[in-house]
Design a protein around this ligand. Structure first.
Ligand code: FUB
Ligand code: ZN
Length: 629
């Protein structure tokens, strides 16, 4: 077992390390993330989540995919060229997303049965692939292969993109090539079918773009990068609204949606205002960032900066959730952020993490990690129950008691999304560059990475998100001068810092990091104490839903009131004189810091972290609470 673990780590590290080394030469990124395969999480908060992910969430996904629904049967039938297709037209993607999560989980938690299960599924997927590389069981079994690539809405590229991501993940986890070869055959089929001088195509649901860039990094085959760029560049030229290009005799966006719905209203480099479906937008921005990181396309980066302001400053919930409307699973107009009706799909919160991570790497600016952290601890984490066995698709900021997590959904994008996202959490903690080690998130962990050519070991000890104290022990393999850049979190106004016990006064640089430059030697210790105050926060006055209300935040966490803790829930009121007390309750909701108000025994309010709501008795919940001056 031990030997097997080491083999996994060796293979994963070789591959990921090799990738980083290549990226360094090629990309425009200010920093590269230290991949989760090199980060050991020692944090109780996250370790528990990851344990449950491996023990509960992944087995549940496997059962749903294999036994409770027809997803694997669809592949078997497609391979046998007989039998019916059951489910939604993009159900193949749920299999791939779960496989990506399973593959990631194998890297840090080897599991021979799970690996065997992936191998079994890979064989079924490979058998369902057409000789020319095309793969989509909905078209093979239901629509007919003669109809493939005739309807841009129908998620063929979306499913293919998730397949590529899963295949890359599995290759990175095990070094096995067979799934990657399936992915390569599919990508080659795209190149045979689309591109300059061939068929026009708008990827109705983005995803393929970022996946092709991943494939490019693994294979170093530039055709995949070029195809990703071509697919992005197709948008906004009217191909989706022009009958000539619709292939099925109608305009693709004319019936139910307009071009904005899938960000096809303007060429991507001209876009400035967030619109349409939230998950599609997030994936597209990730794809643009990935392409720009290699091509150095300033037009893409300028567009991403404008779009980021549109999203983060005018269209994001305090939880980091985005996409307020159920109607289009997406955006409406600036500052339209209703609470009870909030859509805030779990997939979109994960998308915010993925996109902001890329923006941080491109720019080296900590503001993106502030948003990433917000979406991670609140919007995304609320998407799964503490036990790891139930999911939210929609994440309202207020509930009348009738909104609950479910084991699965007819449209099951969110369970798969959470299951592939959680085991990659370690990738968001550290970054590295030639002359700096970057600390982005405060999660107890250990890693080894290289700063320039020097290997540096880092140990982070902290009780965050409950307490702001962080101790970093830095051990370069030899004494070396470089920067340790520690993100100054937006949630902490004041802090103290010492190096090897000597207090230092360090202000954040323009990029939002505390930059500590010195000759680092073995066991140098940085101690920081971020002030973690409970803060009642007002929304932008243009958000009508939150006028006269306050939300409670403490550290990276947004809090909420649940009826079950608050007999006076309906009359809850904060005032200018309300004080808050924060106490850790080790047995409540897996151990949380709850916040209590000082309004007298009868009227005191008890706030719990938003991510932990709906894990006890069904009841009402709200984030924004009435406030009186
Ligand atoms: O269309 C595929 C996925 O299903 C989307 O990302 C989600 O919003 C849901 O509609
Ligand atoms: Zn979803």
């Amino acid at each position: 077992m031990r030997r097997k673990t080491l083999t996994y780590l060796f293979v994963a590290c070789c591959i990921l390390f090799g990738l980083c080394a290549r990226n360094e030469k090629q990309t425009l990124r200010v920093m590269e993330p230290v991949p989760f395969s090199k980060v050991k999480i020692t944090d109780r908060f996250w370790d528990l989540r990851l344990q449950r992910h491996a023990d509960v969430t992944l087995p549940l996904c496997i059962d749903q995919i294999e036994n409770q629904t027809a997803r694997i049967r669809n592949f078997e039938n497609a391979a046998a060229k007989t039998g019916e297709y059951k489910g939604l037209l993009f159900d193949d993607s749920d299999v791939y997303k779960a496989m990506e999560g399973m593959a990631y989980s194998l890297i840090n938690r080897p599991n021979p049965q799970m690996e065997a299960k992936i191998d079994e599924w890979v064989d079924k997927i490979a058998a369902a692939q057409q000789p020319d590389g095309y793969i989509n069981t909905y078209y093979t079994l239901k629509q007919g292969l003669d109809k493939r690539w005739t309807n841009m809405h129908n998620h063929e590229m979306y499913c293919g993109g998730h397949m590529i991501e899963a295949a890359v993940a599995y290759y990175q986890a095990t070094g096995k090539r067979n799934f990657l070869d399936v992915a390569i055959r599919f990508a080659d089929h795209l190149i045979d079918t689309f591109g300059s001088g061939q068929k026009h195509w708008i990827a109705g649901h983005q995803e393929i773009e970022l996946a092709l860039v991943k494939l490019f990094h693994v294979t170093e085959d530039e055709r995949y990068l070029k195809m990703a760029e071509w697919i992005l560049e197709e948008r906004g030229h009217g191909y989706g609204t022009d009958v000539k290009y619709s292939y099925i005799g109608d305009r693709i966006w004319s019936v139910a949606y307009d071009p904005k719905y899938c960000q096809d209203d303007k060429p991507v480099r001209d876009q400035s205002v967030i619109a349409g479906h939230a998950v599609r937008a997030m994936y597209m921005y990730c794809g643009m960032a990935d392409v720009a990181a290699v091509t150095h396309d300033q037009g893409y980066i300028d567009a991403l900066n404008r779009l980021w302001e549109s999203v983060a400053l005018r269209n994001m919930y305090i939880t980091g959730g985005v996409g307020s409307s159920r109607h289009n699973e997406g955006f409406t107009e600036d500052y339209d952020l209703p609470n009870e009706e909030a859509y805030c799909e779990t997939c979109a919160s994960v998308g915010m993490v993925l996109w902001n991570h890329r923006m941080n790497q491109l720019s080296g600016d900590a503001k993106y990690v502030d948003v990433l952290e917000r979406a991670l601890y609140n919007g995304a984490l609320a998407g799964i129950s503490l036990a790891g066995d139930r999911f939210f698709y929609v994440n309202p900021l207020e509930s009348q008691g009738n909104h609950h997590r479910k084991e699965w959904f007819g449209c099951a994008c969110c369970p798969g999304q959470v299951s592939r996202f959680l085991p990659s959490i370690g990738s968001y903690i550290y970054g590295r560059s030639d002359d700096a080690l970057w600390v982005n998130l405060f999660i107890a962990s250990e890693t080894e990475t290289n700063v320039g050519k020097t290997n540096v070991a880092v140990k982070q000890e902290t009780q965050c998100p409950w307490d702001g104290k962080v101790v970093l022990t830095v051990t370069p393999q030899k004494t070396k001068q470089f920067d340790v850049k520690i993100r100054k979190p937006q949630w902490s106004e004041t802090y103290t810092l010492s190096i090897n016990g000597e207090p230092r006064t360090v202000s954040p640089s323009a990029d939002g990091y505390l930059t500590l430059n010195r000759k680092w030697k073995a066991n140098d210790q940085i101690e920081i104490d971020w002030q973690m105050k409970t803060v009642p926060t007002a929304a932008d006055p243009r958000v009508k839903a939150d006028v006269g209300k306050r939300a409670v935040q403490r550290g990276p966490l947004v809090y909420c009131l649940e009826q079950t803790d608050n007999p006076k829930y309906d009359n809850a009121m904060l005032t200018a004189n309300t004080d808050f007390e924060a106490d850790f309750y080790p047995t409540l909701l897996d151990g949380i810091t709850a916040v209590t108000t000082n309004q007298g025994k009868e009227n005191a309010l008890v706030f719990i972290p938003y991510y932990a709501w709906d894990n006890r008795d069904a009841g009402k919940m709200k984030v924004w609470v009435d406030y009186r001056e």
